[in-house]
Ligand binder design. Structure first.
Ligand code: SF4
Length: 641
């Protein structure tokens, strides 16, 4: 028995299946990349996640009428290989069954909805009849028998987010038949769905239902209490539940992702986002409940939740993208080696509109074909000097060390962390702080030499005789050329005492740093104005981040974003601004902060060229960016020395 996390690693029986631990690797649809053949049907990184030690690995969503058919003449062979991959490390293999009612019409599947307003629904479809909905149940029950006979160990009913279950329960259900009206009627289809599948697969075959807490902020959403009632209706036919929240796009335009940020939560939501829902289901049904969404960081917190009877286990997707070996590390009592997920959502194709689906902290994600699980140690160790101990520098040092080089970090201050050190103070920087702490701890644990309080002059670096030189000197805040700038303070300078600011606060620059600080202050009831030249806040951040930010800004009555507005002059008691029509006005302020971007420390970096030909700039000193850029730069440069 694991002594460090005894509850997380206690076995649990679900039907005729015994899980070796309480960790589920959730299904997660991610677009295909250059991955091994094992990762078909959108199940990217299944290979690593199956190796990583979860008790149960569930494949990506699939259901009746979706294309391609994994049990068809041509699909079965690939599915057999997926099954083999999922089981390769002793995990049980689960199959996710989509509860998306549909029907073949004119050679195409169309979605069946419980209401008359198809424009609101996620896919092309129309209102279905009772008979059509029941026919879908029949077909799905047959599919579940196929899944069982094929060799999958369990079924997860995807009765959440945009599924028929959610649509039936929501305000979009305008029926006056036995599927509409009362709450019991709106749960009826889902109950029949679960019952039919139970009858088809037999009493012992394990079934978990993933259920929707709410659909997010849309007015048509059902309530959390209605979702708990739904669970009581499905409970007789399933072995347990997995929590879920939010939904995929509603409506058919790309703007409609308001609910996705409640599905794949961002830094703006608490890490225990669905915990109260999980406990309510447990109390109402008496069935095991696995908490999904929001499990980020190490095993201590879920261990405590299980010990306190709030949940029975966890179900993770993104955290296992960030570190597929989370379960194994926890099992071995090495929680400090787990790479924490940032909840930045770069791994989610919707965030970057399919342009850049990567993981900010795991360079192997979707690149399993060219990034090995472990680097081969070099037989020619080099003297590698890394200049700068920020996230890029630390990551590069760790990778070079893993490769077997002799590594030294030269850091100009008395601490590691670089620009991430301001995460110490931000309410919405908890994940970044976790990641910074992880990197610092790993640098110490790997025994990497760090020379503190030392300027990396050409002369000093030359004296270290580097055979590989990685420059990660970061970036510095830009000071705007605005009349009266001496009356304002760069925001990072006041971050440690941000909460002591009283009175009216003006923040010049609505990027991520300025916006997060503004929301944080406004949530304390402070009067904050953000002045931004662009037409929205945090334009350099990804789509879902911006949606989450916008939702939080909308909930702050004391926060005023002034968009498409320029600062003309900064005075002691406020700022003169000009809107896009050229109208000037004065915004009073007791504190004026600015955060208008970062500028690469290129001169510092350029001065170090010529010491060794093997010299590369990485991270913000090359181009200010995100942790994603730091990780990619650092990994590939250091791995190739
Ligand atoms: S991209 Fe961000 S949210 Fe996704 S797994 Fe990586 S760190 Fe987590």
């Amino acid at each position: 028995m694991n002594v460090k996390y005894p509850n997380l690693f206690a076995p649990i029986r679900l039907g005729n299946m015994m899980l070796k631990n309480r960790i589920i690797s959730s299904p997660a649809g991610v677009p295909k990349a250059n991955t091994p053949s094992s990762t078909h049907y959108g199940e990217i990184s299944a290979y690593d996640r199956a190796l990583g030690g979860a008790g149960l690995v569930i494949n990506a969503l699939y259901g009746c009428g979706l294309d391609p058919d994994p049990f068809s003449k041509y699909g079965a062979d690939s599915t057999r290989e997926i099954l083999s991959v999922m089981k390769q490390s002793g995990a049980m293999a689960g199959y996710s069954i989509g509860a998306y009612a549909n029907k073949m019409e004119d050679g195409k599947f169309v979605s069946l909805y419980p209401g008359e307003d198809p424009d609101k629904f996620p896919m092309k479809g129309r209102k279905g009849t009772i008979e059509e909905f029941r026919d879908f149940i029949k077909r799905t029950a047959q599919l579940c028998v196929t899944v069982k006979n094929f060799g999958f160990d369990m079924i997860m009913l995807h009765t959440s987010d945009s599924s028929t279950t959610s649509m039936m329960l929501s305000g979009w259900n305008d029926r006056d038949d036995e599927y509409g009206g009362s709450l019991e009627n709106r749960c009826r289809w889902s109950k029949e769905f679960a019952q039919a599948i139970r009858e088809a697969v037999g009493p012992d075959y394990p079934i978990l239902a993933r259920v929707p807490r709410t659909l997010g902020p849309i007015p048509e959403s059902h309530t959390q209490e209605e979702a708990v009632f739904l669970c009581t209706q499905m409970a007789p036919y399933v072995d347990g539940f997995i929590t879920y929240n939010g939904m995929d796009t509603y409506g058919k335009t790309i703007e409609n992702y308001e609910c996705n940020v409640h599905q794949q939560t961002t830094v703006f939501e608490p890490m225990d986002y669905n915990l109260s829902f999980a406990k309510q289901i447990k109390d109402a049904t008496g069935k095991p409940v696995f908490l999904n969404a929001g499990v980020n960081g190490g095993p201590e917190t879920p261990e405590k939740w299980i010990a306190n009877g709030l949940i029975d286990g966890i179900s993770m997707a993104r955290q296992l993208f960030a570190d597929p070996f989370w379960p194994k590390k926890a099992e071995e009592g090495r929680g400090d080696d787990i790479v924490p997920c940032l909840r930045c959502n770069y791994c989610y194709h919707i965030s970057t509109v399919h342009q850049n689906v990567q993981c900010s902290v795991n360079p192997r994600f979707r690149r399993e074909n060219r990034v090995p699980l472990e680097l081969t140690k070099t037989d020619k160790p080099k003297n590698v000097i890394v200049v700068g101990g920020g996230p890029a520098g630390m990551k590069a040092a760790l990778v070079a060390k893993e490769k077997g080089h002799n590594v030294t970090i030269v850091e100009k201050t008395d601490r590691l962390g670089g620009a991430t050190n301001y995460a110490e103070y931000g309410k919405y920087k908890k994940e970044l702080k976790q990641y910074r702490d992880y990197l610092i701890h790993q640098v110490e644990k790997q025994g990497i030499k760090v020379i503190y309080n030392t300027s990396a002059t050409n002369e000093f670096i030359t004296s270290l005789e580097p055979q590989g030189l990685i420059i990660a000197t970061g970036a510095a805040p830009v000071t705007p050329r605005i009349k009266g700038i001496e009356n304002a303070t760069q925001i990072l300078e006041v971050y440690p005492k941000l909460h002591s600011l009283e009175g009216k606060i003006v923040i010049i620059g609505g990027g991520a740093i300025g916006s997060e600080a503004a929301v944080e202050l406004a949530e304390e009831g402070k009067d904050v104005t953000v002045i931004e030249m662009k037409d929205q806040l945090s334009l350099n951040e990804n789509w879902l981040y911006r949606i989450a930010l916008r939702q939080h800004v909308a909930n702050c009555p004391t926060l005023t974003p002034m968009l498409e507005t320029a600062v003309v002059e900064i005075k002691e008691n406020g700022v003169v601004v000009k809107d896009k029509e050229g109208n000037e006005s004065f915004v009073e302020a007791d504190h004026i902060l600015y955060s208008i971007g970062m500028k690469s420390n290129k001169d510092d970096a350029f001065a170090l060229y010529g010491i060794t030909p093997n010299t590369t700039m990485i991270g913000d000193c090359r181009r200010p960016g995100h942790i994603l850029d730091c990780t990619n730069d650092a990994y590939f440069v250091a791995a190739n020395i």
